[in-house]
Write a protein that binds this ligand. Structure first.
Ligand code: FAD
Length: 436
């Protein structure tokens, strides 16, 4: 049986596993082998999937991952692929095997020993991690928003700080966010929304001035990847909310007290988030002799096969794919979605002995959600003849449609509509903020 192994069940990898499972994995219960044309295995180190662009909402408490996360095991059973819980430890290209590390329990005891999986085609879809550029003290004192676990850790720390307000001489909760890309900007706004909700759930003394968010950016403007008029519109909104936006401010160290800048200033903070850049995980560097770039990304050809091994594909944030006009495909959910579609097409073409197609990145624009306050961004395409600024309700609908597209790829239209309905009902039935 032809074996396809996908490592990483994120924005791209889970869509790919679902599509290939639906097409090749047989009807239901893939492990029973009924009608199976290929054996598809998805490996992830987590038991559940949460779409990464929602992590800032988990951090602020506006989203409860206990409700919104999707069980890999249940999903795989319904979509004709196998799920293996585990962490990639290495690739043996000669024997076409991947090695998974020992699976350990929280107390360090072994659940499963090291194991290997055979593949005919391997797809690397491991995403990215925050890059602290070896800045002193960041690893010890800042929280990264790379995983639901880290987002939940931030959420707990934030609630604890609110509990301390007014006692133990805590007069204000100070949160500093380094990096004013989409993650930093969206988190800043979401924190003010969660403050409003916190005060309506029994923390009566809390006022808007009890929260101070500093958004620190080394570059000249926030949202450097977006046009100037969008970045200044967003900055105005953030300042209105109370965010202290500091551009051209280089952080040189993170300490227990806060962030030290190049000019010797201390930006005091109780909680610090580092969102100032990403890289592929360090262990990918030169893995199994594959070509990687300075950010540890696997270099791929236009077919999305790695340059030194046609049986290994890479997609999403961990792939470095050159654009024909210069530059590289940006690390975004829309890129991971498009690449997953193309890798799927090419794997199906391989099985059918047909030629592979090149991947062409299409930029549909970028949108930034400022929580319930506003959504701003630009749309690209024929309709807008280049880039068109949008905001308000229309922007909100387009912003949400990116997540809905991901859900449609996983569940189809009917289930996605039902999920959207349940989400609306939950808004009425459940607290608007996760308080535990
Ligand atoms: C807070 C935040 C907001 C964002 N907002 C936007 C946005 O608005 N629009 C946008 O386009 N993009 C946004 N992004 C970026 C977007 O989330 C990523 O570009 C996208 O998720 C990349 O998809 P991926 O499939 O490459 O990786 P991911 O979605 O990160 O998935 C990687 C998967 O690999 C698994 N994994 C990692 N290492 C291992 C290992 N060793 N073994 C096994 N499994 C492993 C992880 O558990 C994860 O499930 C945002 C990111 C963040 C953090």
């Amino acid at each position: 049986m032809f074996k396809i192994v996908i490592v990483g069940g994120g924005a791209g990898g889970l869509e790919l596993a679902t599509r290939l499972g639906n097409k090749l994995g047989g009807t239901k219960r893939a492990h029973l082998g009924n009608g199976r044309k290929a054996e598809i295995t998805l490996v992830d180190r987590n038991r559940t999937h949460l779409w990464k662009p929602l992590l800032h909402e988990v951090a602020a408490g506006s989203l409860d991952d206990g409700i919104d996360a999707l069980s890999y095991r249940a999903h795989s059973t319904n979509h004709g692929f196998n799920f293996r819980l585990g962490e990639l430890a290495g690739i043996d290209r000669d024997n076409k095997q991947i090695h998974l590390a020992k699976l350990l329990d929280n107390d360090g005891s072994q659940i499963l020993p090291e194991t290997s999986l055979d593949y005919d085609i391997l797809v690397m879809a491991l995403g990215s991690v925050s890059n602290d550029f070896n800045t002193k003290g960041v690893a010890d004192n800042c929280i990264f928003l790379d995983s639901p676990q880290q987002a939940k850790r931030f959420h707990n720390c934030m609630l604890n700080k609110y509990l301390q307000l007014g006692v133990q001489e805590t007069k204000q909760v100070k949160i500093a966010i380094v990096g004013a890309g989409a993650t930093g900007v969206e988190l800043s706004a979401e924190l003010y929304n969660s403050l409003e909700q916190v005060s309506s759930y029994g923390f009566h003394e809390i006022k808007s001035t009890d929260l101070k968010v500093s958004l620190v950016e080394a570059g000249e403007k926030i949202l450097p990847a977006l046009p100037e008029k969008i970045s200044s519109a967003v900055k105005r909104e953030l300042v209105k909310l109370g965010v202290d936006v500091r551009t051209e401010t280089m952080v040189t160290e993170a300490t227990k007290e806060g962030l030290l800048t190049k000019d010797g200033e201390l930006i005091e903070a109780d909680l610090m988030v580092w969102a100032a850049g990403i890289k592929a995980p360090n262990f990918l560097k030169d893995i199994a002799g594959l070509e990687t770039n300075r950010g540890n990304q696997l270099v791929v050809k236009d077919t999305l096969q790695t340059t030194r091994d046609d049986s290994i594909y890479a997609l999403g944030d961990c792939a470095s794919c050159a654009l024909p006009g210069g530059g590289f495909v940006p690390p975004r959910a829309q890129s991971a979605h498009q690449m997953a579609t193309m890798v799927g097409n090419n794997i199906l073409a391989t099985i059918a002995n047909k030629p592979l197609s090149p991947y062409k990145y299409t930029d549909y624009g970028s949108l930034v959600s400022l929580s319930n306050y506003s959504t701003v961004g630009n749309l690209m395409g024929n309709l807008s003849k280049g880039s068109m600024k949008i905001e308000g309700r229309v922007a909100r609908v387009v912003y949400m449609s990116l997540y809905r597209m991901h859900q449609v790829a996983l569940h189809g239209y009917v289930r996605t509509s039902l999920l959207a309905f349940v989400q609306r009902v939950n808004k009425v039935l459940r607290p608007r903020l996760k308080l535990h």
